[in-house]
Design a protein around this ligand. Structure first.
Ligand SMILES: Nc1ncnc2c1ncn2[C@@H]1O[C@H](COP(=O)(O)OP(=O)(O)OP(=O)(O)O)[C@@H](O)[C@H]1O
Length: 317
């Protein structure tokens, strides 16, 4: 037997989140079903799925808050509960944090600081990082939702963690707040941190994420770079004409991109309806149908996560 066979698995400190065969049932409900994926450092990863897909349950399992029925969820090769001083490794915000309304933002952080093992100077540092330095002395009770989200993030950043796990952080933010969040998350990933952000709306995180992990009904339906998901996008047009020969002449220019459905009916890949309509118009061709077959990113997301045709939306066991 070689040394490699007998050596214990090295404790990795690479900030990789690894979910392997994760399953969690609540009575008859399979909230997470044999889920496997990895999240890499230095990138922002969107953890996406419709309401009830199992995102929060997965994140709770990752943070040691629920016990998996089967499988593992680890950070740097270790379960959360096995990580010494986990707040120095993982910053997590699972639901909208509640703050004592009478406390200032600075005091809120100073209450947490000893638990995390950082000093007051670090509190001011993270308040600056999230843009709250000027209002750090104001009572949180008077904060807007966006300011509370920033304070929530400041709390997760307190221990300078190399892994960030944020559940729906864009919830309740206005467009300016979303832009701010995007810049901050990209900055943090740029420093080499692992950033996992859940959302049930692709468009909310589309401009933020490098990678996507998409789940539905507790199962993985897609994992790739954002570019990999975008590669599934397509444009196309269906044309129908009472003049099949004329239609063939007009669409012949698009060669192999043309699929003939029937005499006088074709679909053309990679050509927008405007271009196809213009070509028909220029040729004096009568059209009875000019329909878009284009599928955008949001539509792809909806198709990937749609319930099977025989299952009404929202019903699952
Ligand atoms: N503690 C629990 N007891 C019973 N069922 C639960 C529990 N937690 C989650 N579930 C169920 O598990 C499924 C997945 O829920 P989960 O909250 O993980 O989904 P989600 O993707 O985070 O949804 P949302 O975007 O709405 O937060 C749902 O059907 C939910 O009702």
């Amino acid at each position: 037997m070689s040394f490699a066979d007998t050596a214990p698995a090295p404790a990795r400190d690479d900030g990789v989140i690894a979910v392997h065969g994760l399953t969690k049932t609540f009575g008859p409900v399979r909230a997470v079903d044999d889920l496997t994926f990895e999240v890499r450092p230095g990138r922002v990863t969107g953890f996406l799925g419709p309401n009830g897909a199992g995102k929060t349950t997965t994140l709770r399992a990752l943070l040691g808050l629920v016990r998996p029925t089967a499988g593992t969820a680890t950070i740097g090769g270790r379960r959360y509960t096995e990580i010494p001083r986990p707040q120095r490794v993982v910053g997590a915000a699972l639901e909208a944090a509640s703050f004592h309304p009478g406390r200032t933002a600075r005091d809120h952080l100073r209450v947490y600081a000893p638990q995390v093992g950082v000093d007051d100077a670090r509190c001011d540092e993270v308040l600056g990082l999230v843009g709250l330095a000027d209002v750090a002395g104001r009572r949180v009770g008077g904060y807007s939702l966006g300011m509370r989200q920033r304070l929530g993030l400041a709390t997760t950043l307190l221990g300078d963690p190399r892994v960030l796990v944020l559940d729906e952080p864009a919830n309740g933010l206005d467009p300016e707040g979303i832009r701010w969040l995007r810049d901050l998350l990209r900055f943090l990933a740029g420093e080499g941190r692992t950033v996992l952000v859940s959302s049930h709306v692709l468009s909310e995180v589309q401009q933020t994420v490098d990678d996507v992990v998409i789940i539905a009904r507790g199962r993985l339906v897609h994992a790739s770079s954002l570019a990999g998901l975008a590669a599934l996008e397509r444009t196309g047009t269906r044309l129908r004409s009472p003049d099949p020969d004329g239609l063939d002449r007009v669409t012949g220019r698009w060669g192999a991109a043309v699929r003939r459905l029937a005499p006088g009916a074709v679909e053309v890949d990679g050509v927008e309806p405007a271009e196809a309509g213009r070509a028909a118009f220029d040729a004096g061709l009568e059209l009875h149908e000019l329909a878009s077959l284009s599928v955008g990113l949001e539509e792809i997301f909806l198709r990937l996560t749609a319930p099977p045709a025989d299952e009404p939306a929202g019903v699952r066991s």
